[in-house]
Design a protein around this ligand. Structure first.
Ligand code: CO
Length: 136
């Protein structure tokens, strides 16, 4: 059902410092930081030929990654995003096999403008999984 890994998201305290670290020590190419206030994060994309890493810093009050950083003060891997062709078909198949979809179970528009869903980390070895519908 799942396709390519679209991105791996890493929660960080300071996205500028993290971006500098990725560039200086790993030789990565990083985008400029972007504020996504509707998602409560400020992000930098680290682009590789096969996938992206997204460095995310909390933005504003009630950021969805604030609690994660309290539990993981050094930062850490927050989620893996897999691409799917049909997010509703993927959801229905997952729910039928007993996986839990977070929220109300309806896709919402994610950081890249595509429909996304998140799956409960307890169903996947403690790993939060994002599904993103990518067409074409
Ligand atoms: Co994501």
């Amino acid at each position: 059902m799942i396709g390519n890994i679209n991105h791996i998201a890493i929660a960080v305290r300071d996205v500028e410092a993290a971006s500098q670290q990725w560039q200086d020590t790993l030789g990565a190419s990083c985008s400029a930081p972007q504020d996504l206030p509707e998602h409560g994060v400020r992000i930098v994309f680290v682009t590789q030929p096969n996938a992206k890493v997204e460095l995310m810093e909390p933005l504003g009050e009630g950021s969805p990654i604030a609690g994660f950083l309290e539990r993981n003060p050094d930062g850490g891997m927050h989620h893996i995003c897999y691409e799917v062709e049909d997010i509703l078909a993927a959801r229905d198949q997952l729910v039928a096999s007993g996986a839990r979809v977070l929220g109300n179970g309806e896709p919402r528009i994610g950081a890249h403008g595509n429909p996304v869903l998140f799956l409960h980390p307890k169903d996947f070895c403690g790993t939060l999984i994002e599904l993103e519908e990518v067409t074409g």
